[in-house]
Design a protein around this ligand. Structure first.
Ligand code: UN1
Length: 501
């Protein structure tokens, strides 16, 4: 066993998740840090998955009647356990997803933050009282628990995305069955062990929180099961286009958080020092493997050379290497296909006339990890490859001369997740956030498109799928609305003045 495998096992022990090497394991778990094997788990069969959903359904039937503020105590326990095990779970995220230490810890902090938000929310799941046209009547709405929520998550935020969904779903009175990415199964098991312990402490029904292990076929069981009224899926647009019609075919609901092709407009008045810092974090943080990663810069022609020169200098000093080293800022790509996609996109963009400013090649790091030099490519125009989401640290530079042109380029892509503008001009900033500006779910000023905090609704438009998670009123997606009209008079007046005697 490698050092990383031993460390993984120790962490899983402390999280109470058991041995990562099971007999007859068909799912091989690897660390992208050095390619080493860190576990072997067994896939659930379709029948087992259906049983898990059945148990979650039974748990839901009890849980839905527990008062919401009491349900909040379960999520409070989970938040406490996450605080206690932040270092371990964060390290596991680094080991399995390849994130640098600070980002692994940041991911767990994001889980703690959503737990805090959900606990508060457990006392605020309010509906409206609505004026009625009928005398002696009252009209109101109540929000009721929905049922079993299916969560499908991606490798890049292997636990935070589950928590955005699960923390809200639990306080809303739902059960959660989670199908994590096959690339980050151990992190999911570590997280589930903490959820199970929180459940024991809070006395929640058995099976309220469950994990399904397997490939897309296990995901399909969740997607097709009529006992799952909501499927929340995070991942590629390709995956979303498969999930959405299947859930729709049984008239279930989906909450989709799919691809992004996020841009930053850099205007002539921009504070370039700030812009460079914001751009570098958003473009190369998490090795460009966030759905919010910055992929396109749309820079005014008057400052383009200056900006590109500064970015090139910043890129060329980036420490690339094991994400477990404190000094590293760029860890590995998750696997060989991700590495190949990066290389193919660089090749295509240069074939389209792009000028490779820096990077674009494999980086020499010990072990069998997939490390690359983040790339900047100056593009003559927005070609098809620029419009595609390549999940890697690859930044395209496009140039504009007037702001309408910048907005047009910005909105020309199919995805609509996150966006930003660097400007000190209030008109430009407001226009960017207005209806004629960015068409994304997130539009920022003087910060990059990534790194959203808990509190705001997270998600995007167009091929990003339209779902909103985590903050604001996202909780409503996990509940069903009941409109109630109560007659406290002795008359029976009908709405719309209808007479029926
Ligand atoms: C994702 O990449 O799926 O805004 C989520 C951010 C993070 C979440 C990213 N808070 O970058």
């Amino acid at each position: 066993m490698t050092d990383i495998a031993i460390r993984t096992q120790d962490i899983l022990d402390r999280l109470g998740a058991g041995n990562p090497f099971v007999a007859d394991g068909d799912l091989v778990c690897r660390s992208p840090i050095d390619g080493s094997e860190i576990g072997r788990l067994r896939s659930h069969t379709a029948d087992e998955a259906a049983d898990v959903i059945g148990r979650a359904q039974a748990a839901f039937e009890q849980w839905r009647s527990v008062p919401a503020p009491v349900r909040g105590q379960f999520v409070r326990e989970l938040g406490e356990l996450l605080r206690e095990h932040k270092d371990d779970l964060g390290a596991l995220v680094s080991i399995e997803a390849g994130k640098i230490v600070s980002e692994g810890l940041g991911e767990v902090q994001e889980m703690i933050d959503i737990c805090d938000l959900a606990v508060g929310l457990s006392r605020q799941l309010h509906g409206l009282t609505i004026a009625t046209e009928r005398p002696g009547h009252r009209m109101m709405e109540q929000w009721h628990p929905l049922g079993v929520v299916g969560v499908i998550s991606a490798f890049n935020f292997p636990v935070a995305v589950w928590s955005w969904n699960a923390a809200l779903a639990f306080v809303c009175g739902d059960a959660v069955v989670w199908k994590p990415s096959e690339k980050t199964l151990l992190t999911a098991l570590g997280c589930q062990a903490l959820a199970a312990e929180a459940g024991r402490r809070a006395g929640v029904p058995e099976g309220l929180s469950a994990v399904l292990l397997g490939d897309y076929r296990i995901g399909e069981v969740l997607v097709d099961d009529p006992r799952v009224p909501l499927v929340s899926a995070t991942g590629s647009t390709r995956m979303g286009k498969q999930v959405a019609p299947r859930v729709a075919a049984r008239l279930g609901r989906t909450l989709l958080e799919l691809g992004g092709n996020n841009a930053a407009i850099v205007a002539p008045s921009a504070d370039l020092d700030l812009a460079v810092r914001g751009i570098v974090f958003s473009a190369v943080g998490t090795a460009g493997q966030r759905c919010t990663s910055l992929r396109r810069i749309i820079v005014h022609e008057s400052i383009k050379d200056d900006l590109v020169t500064r970015l090139k200098a910043a890129y060329e000093t980036l420490p690339i290497g094991s994400p477990l080293e404190a000094s590293t800022l760029v860890g590995p790509l998750v696997d060989q296909p991700a590495f190949d996609a990066f290389g193919a996109a660089v090749e295509q963009a240069t074939a389209d006339g792009g000028d490779l400013v820096t990077g674009g090649t494999a980086a020499d790091v010990e072990g069998d990890g997939f490390y690359v030099h983040p790339a900047i490519i100056d593009m003559p125009k927005q070609t098809e490859i620029v419009k595609a989401e390549t999940f890697a640290p690859l930044l395209y530079v496009l140039t504009y001369s007037d702001l309408d042109e910048a907005f047009a380029l910005h909105n020309e892509v199919a995805q609509g997740l996150s966006s930003s503008i660097f400007t000190l001009n209030v008109r430009e900033a407001e226009q960017f956030m207005s209806v004629v500006g960015s068409d994304c779910g997130i539009a920022n000023v003087n910060i990059g498109p990534s790194g959203a905090e808990i509190g705001g609704a997270f998600g995007g438009e167009k091929e990003t799928g339209g779902g909103r998670e985590s903050g604001s009123d996202a909780w409503r997606a996990y509940m069903r609305r009941s409109t109630n009209t109560v007659n406290y008079s002795t008359e029976l007046p009908l709405a719309q003045g209808v007479e029926f005697v």
